[in-house]
Design a protein around this ligand. Structure first.
Ligand code: SF4
Length: 481
């Protein structure tokens, strides 16, 4: 930082704010405190045994209490650690630790990610929008619909092209949307040619104003496989309506093996294999993620020569058990709706019971293979190799990360496993996320680590960091990483 009249310059990111005394910079993370640039938030230290979190302990002061936070039990996270951008000097905290008697080192930093994104899994079969459709926040493009997964719709948000490759509003809104999602806040997203969905990590999605409750038990074919035996003897035919595969028990392999008799049913759709039909409808917000509100729409005429008869009973049910209807064929082989018999109600309830709660899952994905490695080691590629070889364990705010195989250090982390408010931003725009690299001390020295910058927790408490003046003691979410 350099002095300029009464303002001083923050060099923690390329924006290089000049900050007046008592003011914060553009990202609200750094302030001018009586002529010194300080990180506004204390560094978060997680403890497995601390009973009550949230206690602030000033560094370099008498309030540090070794009884409250024991080094063997504490983990210094990157949350509030500060950055040293560009990374020409050692990371803010390089902490010596003892793990089960072994000498370990944790390199703690707060990293700025221009290359980052958010992967969102939304547990619903309802149609959110076509694959590849643009996802918008406040009217700005912030991502796209990607390939659906089993029982879930997937969005890919952020990324360098939306952050810095488009207009300024696009970059600003993309950054703000990702930041809100990563910090556990709700964000309203609209999908071109599809729905409006409110997404919040760990909460149920709200699709076009309606909160989703259940994730489907499986596709229509899987549902037949799971429950065919329990329907036998209670009903003559079962159709499980699903946008992916609609199942028909009398034709399905599971039904054949169990001895279900042909019923002369005709399903409109593209037959895949016996008892499994694709495209019975367009995708939508109706039964099983189709547009259907009246399930009889997907049935053709019943064939008396193939088993249809007056009195034949039919259960039609969606893959969540939320929608169901029971019919009896009349003399003209027309299905007539009847109340669901008591003994079949239990089978529908069983589908319902086997559905998991519908949730939104938000994974932050970033690339830590760039210059921040210089804050860890003088030979950056050795850190990459050490992480790829699992000698170095990567965590974000104490949460375990999945590191992609291949080049670089490209990782993903479940944002609900970090303490709330762990993410920040800079107006370049880019997201800021905490990172910790933990490895044996010997290995750290061998890969060219900044050995002279290693400090114990007591030493850190006594002297603080370049920007950091306090620690915040928190209980470890879920007990441990
Ligand atoms: S945006 Fe924040 S980190 Fe960047 S220079 Fe300004 S105060 Fe420092």
């Amino acid at each position: 930082m350099t002095q300029d009249r009464e303002k001083i310059r923050c060099d923690a990111c390329p924006v290089m704010c000049y900050i007046a005394p008592g003011q914060t910079g553009a990202c609200d993370r750094y302030a001018n405190d009586r002529g010194r640039i300080v990180r506004c938030d204390p560094v978060t230290i997680l403890s497995k045994t601390l009973e009550q979190g949230g206690r602030i302990v000033p560094f370099a002061g008498p309030a540090w209490d070794g009884e409250v936070i024991r080094p063997a039990d504490a983990f210094v996270t990157g949350i509030g650690a500060g950055t040293t951008y560009p990374d020409y000097k050692p990371a803010p905290f390089i902490v010596s630790t003892q793990v089960e008697g072994a000498d370990m080192v944790t390199v703690v930093t707060e990293a700025i990610f221009s290359y980052c994104g958010v992967k969102v899994k939304i547990d619903t079969d309802r149609f959110l929008g076509p694959e590849g459709a643009v996802v918008r926040a406040e009217g700005e493009p912030v991502g796209h619909v990607t390939t659906a997964e089993y029982g879930s719709q997937m969005l890919s948000l952020g990324g360098v092209h939306h952050l810095t490759g488009g207009t300024k509003p696009e970059g600003r809104v993309t950054c703000a949307s990702m930041l809100a999602l990563c910090n556990g806040e709700a964000v309203t997203l609209t999908i071109d040619g599809g729905s409006t969905v409110i997404v919040q990590a760990g909460r149920a999605p709200v699709v076009d104003g309606k909160e989703e409750h259940r994730m489907r038990v499986g596709c229509g074919s899987a549902t037949i496989g799971m429950f065919a035996a329990q329907w036998q003897g209670l009903v003559d035919e079962v159709v499980v309506v699903d946008d992916h595969i609609t199942g028909v028990v009398s034709e399905h392999q599971a039904g054949k093996v169990l001895g279900w008799q042909p019923t002369g049913i005709k399903v409109k759709g593209h037959k895949s294999t016996p008892g499994r039909y694709f495209r019975v409808s367009e995708p939508g917000l109706g039964w099983g993620g189709t547009r259907i509100t009246d399930p009889l729409e997907i049935l053709g005429p019943w064939d008396g020569k193939r088993g249809a008869r007056a009195g034949l009973t039919l259960l039609m049910v969606s893959t969540t058990g939320e929608e169901y209807a029971y019919y009896v064929l009349d003399e003209a082989l027309q299905p007539v709706r009847q109340p669901l018999p008591e003994n079949l109600q239990a089978t529908v309830r069983l589908i319902d019971e086997n559905c998991e709660p519908s949730l939104c899952t938000v994974l932050f994905m970033g690339g830590a293979g760039g210059s921040l490695r210089a804050g860890v080691t003088k030979n950056p590629v050795r850190l990459t190799r050490s992480v790829q070889g699992r000698e170095t364990r990567l965590t974000a705010g104490g949460a375990p990360c999945y590191v992609w195989p291949g080049g670089g250090i490209t990782f993903m982390v479940d944002v609900t496993r970090l303490p709330r408010g762990a993410f920040g931003y800079v107006p370049t725009p880019a997201l800021v996320a905490p990172l910790e690299f933990t490895l044996p001390r010997d290995a750290y020295v061998a890969l060219g680590g900044h050995e002279g910058a290693i400090r114990s927790l007591d030493e850190i408490a006594a002297t603080g960091g370049e920007y950091t003046v306090a620690g915040k003691l928190e209980t470890w979410p879920g007990g441990e990483a």
